[in-house]
Each structure stands twice: as structure tokens, then as C-alpha cells.
Design a protein around this ligand. Structure first.
Ligand code: UDP
Ligand code: MN
Length: 421
């Protein structure tokens, strides 16, 4: 190009003043033609380079995205134009899906160090089953620094939620209804607006299979509650973060309270058409299989229990309420007969192998309650009720039976057998 320009300049200089020289004019025209052609080729190569960049970007996106291969192929073959890299409507939809895929998360909550152990095991179980989603844990201000450090290792985002000091409408709501403390903390998940869609999971749940397909569902999708199937259980639910929904929920909460004193009552009151409006929002029970099924429909549990994808240790006794013997790999007490025993052992196996070492590292020389015992457990050991029989009866009447421990179905069966003999 520079040589052509020099040649043009020389031809112009050699041109006689006030007249034209046919040979030189021809020379000039040829040089200008060549210059134009060179510019055109440069522009075309720049275009090609740009297109290559776009294709490379596409490859990068597609490798990061969990898109069906069929859609990937359509995306890769799509024409590149100046206005829109993607032409057809279906490809546009793929593109939107692709963008939103990067912004989905599993969310859990813990307000103390006990539930934090549950959250850690849940996070590990999601990772072990190769989730492609982000992991978020909301924590209360009382969670220790050691627990926070371990949570940071497992979760992509650890967000402190201090409802009493958040200085927004939540504080006011909380002052009006101090009884709903943990509930307000849970509702905070709707403020995670940097994610397009989330799945909330209680800290007392355990994932036993990949459940990323839950993100195909819409707000508010959940499983029926085994105690009252026209209500959904709020231990696992799909939702869309939104500040607007969050404000409405807080308003609803302060005006109507919770019919069961917790988040499940509030959420069922707010999403009140769940039972009847859209069957797609009813998740199969295997996504939130609670041990209460042991009482209500044992044959079904035996038939379908093996397909469970999420186990929910709902109720008074949580996995971390038990004591585990590391050497014998068994739980203290008479829980072996319980139908939940296998899942409890699974929880403890994960906790002792993948969470406990991190906790030990964080606590260093400091003592902490690991939940494990090292002494050998006597095989004839009797269960020591954790509560007196009067308290136990009271708990039963409150619907809080220790169905994984002393009140397990098999224990009741044993008692019945004795009476019926
Ligand atoms: N939770 C918490 N701290 C508490 C009680 C509850 O962080 O003191 C959170 C935790 O994520 C828990 C959820 O709220 O899983 C719901 O409570 P829980 O699982 O005890 O209720 P259940 O499922 O037994 O009805
Ligand atoms: Mn729960």
C-alpha cells in the first residue's frame, strides 16, 4: 500500500503543469485501482478475522454451556451477520437459554454451626453428582469463622444475611414478627437477583443423584408435603429471584404471618394456587423424599425409595443429632432398624470423609463438636432416650416424633408385635 502511494505521488509530481500526460494518467489510474483493491482485500480479511473471533467465542460459550448437542450444532452453523450473529428464532431462544444457564444456582441456608454441617454435606453431595450450577449458602451472623471458612471451600458464594441489621424493610418486618426469624432469613433467597433461576434446598437434605433438570421447572415448583399433600413442602423448591416478589413476600408475612409458624406456612399462603393451578409445578416426591413416608406408606417407600434423588431429614432428629463411630462406621443407638438408616449412614460417610477433615484443619487445636466418637460401641448397647417419656409424648402430639430414632417404624412394629403376641 505504501509503495503504491509513493508511486502515485511520483506520477503526480512528474505530471506537466496545466496539462495531462496520457501515459502518466494511465499509471495513476492503475495505482489507484491497486490501492482500492488492496483496501477491499484488507476489509474482507478483517471481516474474516472478526468472524473467526465470533466462531471462537461461540465455541467457548458452547463448551461452558450444558446445551443439547443438537442445539449446539445449530448454534455453530448459524450465519454471522453484522446485526445479529444468530438469525432464526429458535437459535435466538438457544442464545437466551445459553445466557441464563450461566446464572442458575442451588441455594441453602444455615443460621448456626449445626445446620452449617448439613449445608456442607449438601454442597458436597451436589458437587459429587457433578452439578453444573453455582452453589450459594445464606448464613446467619452467628455462624462461626471456622464454619464460614469450610463453607467458602464448598460454595461459590457465602452470603451473610443479618435480618436484624439489614436496614431495609426486612428489619421492620422482623420487628413486627420476631417469631419468624429463620423464615425471614430464608425469604432472603429471593434477593439473589444475579441469578435468573434457583433451587432452594434445606440444609437437612442430601442429594443422591444429579438433579440439574429441576431448572427446567418454573417458580414455584415443589413436592407435595407428606403431611398435607395440598401444601407443598418448602424443603426443596424452584424459584426466580426478584426484588418485587421479595417485597410482596415480606408484606404478606407481616400482614398474614405463618399458619405453621415457619417458612412453609408463609410460602403456601403466598403461592396459594400451587395445589390446583399447574401440574408442572408439582415435583415428583423423589426430589424431596422425607422419612415421614415410613409411617404413611411403607410399601410405596419400599417400591420407589431406591429411585430417590434427594433425601430430606425432616423433623426433630437431624443427621447431626446422632453420634457416629468412625472406626465401626455406625451410629450410636438403636437406629439400625430404621428405613432411613442407609441414608443416615450415607450422610455420615460423606461428612466424615469430605467435611470433617476440613473442619479439623480450621479448628486446629481448638475443641469442637464433631459428632463423632472413637470408643468402640458395645453391640448390646441400649438406646438412651434423649428426652423423658413425658417430653416424648408432648413431641408426638406436636407431630415431632423421632421417627428415625426411638420412634422409628420398626421400633413401633416391635412394640406392636410384643402387645399382639
Ligand atoms: N434453619 C436454620 N437454622 C435453624 C433452623 C432452620 O438455618 O435454627 C434452616 C435450615 O436450612 C433448615 C431450614 O431452615 O434446613 C428448615 O428447617 P428444618 O429443616 O429444621 O425444618 P423441617 O424440614 O424439619 O421442617
Ligand atoms: Mn428440612
Amino acid at each position: 500500500m505504501a509503495i503504491l502511494q509513493v508511486h502515485q505521488a511520483k506520477a503526480l509530481k512528474a505530471m506537466p503543469e496545466g496539462g495531462t500526460h496520457p501515459g502518466l494518467m494511465q499509471e495513476l489510474r492503475t495505482a489507484t485501482d491497486f490501492a482500492l483493491r488492496a483496501t477491499k482485500i484488507t476489509a474482507r480479511s478483517l471481516g474474516k478475522a472478526m468472524s473467526t473471533l465470533v466462531v471462537q467465542e461461540r465455541h467457548l460459550w458452547l463448551n461452558l454451556a450444558e446445551m443439547r448437542d443438537m442445539n449446539k450444532a445449530r448454534f455453530l452453523d448459524a450465519p454471522i451477520s453484522q446485526h445479529n450473529y444468530v438469525k432464526s428464532n429458535s437459535l435466538d431462544r438457544c442464545y437466551v437459554k445459553l445466557i441464563s444457564l450461566a446464572e442458575q444456582a442451588f441455594v441453602t441456608l444455615t443460621t448456626n454451626d449445626s445446620y452449617a454441617r448439613g449445608a456442607m454435606v449438601l454442597g458436597k453431595s451436589l458437587r459429587n453428582h457433578k452439578t453444573s450450577k453455582k452453589l450459594v449458602v445464606l448464613i446467619g451472623p452467628h455462624v462461626s469463622n471456622q464454619s464460614r471458612a469450610v463453607l467458602h471451600k464448598i460454595f461459590d458464594e457465602v452470603r451473610v444475611v443479618d435480618v436484624l441489621n439489614s436496614g431495609d424493610t426486612a428489619t421492620l418486618a422482623m420487628m413486627k414478627r420476631p417469631d419468624l426469624g429463620v423464615t425471614f432469613t430464608k425469604l432472603h433467597c429471593w434477593t439473589l437477583t444475579h441469578y435468573s433461576k434457583c433451587v432452594f434446598m434445606d440444609a437437612d437434605t442430601l442429594v443422591v443423584s444429579n438433579i440439574d433438570e429441576l431448572f427446567d421447572r418454573e417458580e414455584l415448583s415443589a413436592t407435595p408435603d407428606p403431611g398435607w399433600p395440598d401444601c407443598f413442602n418448602s424443603g426443596v423448591f424452584v424459584f426466580r429471584p426478584s426484588n418485587e416478589t421479595y417485597s410482596k413476600l415480606l408484606k404478606y408475612c407481616t400482614e398474614h404471618g405463618s399458619f405453621d409458624g415457619g417458612d412453609q406456612g408463609v410460602l403456601n399462603g403466598f403461592f396459594s394456587d400451587w395445589a390446583t393451578a399447574d401440574i408442572n409445578k408439582h415435583l415428583p416426591f423423589i426430589y424431596n423424599m422425607s422419612s415421614i413416608a415410613i409411617y404413611t406408606y411403607l410399601p410405596a417407600l419400599k417400591q420407589y425409595g431406591a429411585n430417590a434423588k434427594v433425601v430430606h431429614f425432616l423433623g426433630q432428629m437431624k443427621p447431626w443429632s446422632y453420634t457416629y463411630n468412625l472406626t465401626q462406621r455406625r451410629l450410636r443407638g438403636d437406629v439400625q432398624a430404621s428405613s432411613q438408616h442407609g441414608f443416615l449412614l450415607q450422610w455420615w460417610a460423606l461428612y466424615s470423609a469430605e467435611v470433617l477433615p476440613a473442619l479439623i484443619r480450621e479448628y486446629g487445636d481448638q475443641r469442637f463438636n464433631s459428632g463423632c466418637e472413637e470408643e468402640a460401641v458395645e453391640s448390646e448397647e441400649r438406646v438412651q432416650p434423649l428426652v423423658s417419656s413425658a417430653e416424648r409424648r408432648h413431641l408426638w402430639e406436636q407431630g415431632q416424633a423421632d421417627y428415625m430414632g426411638i420412634d422409628s417404624f420398626d421400633n413401633i412394629q416391635k412394640k406392636l408385635d410384643v402387645f399382639l403376641k
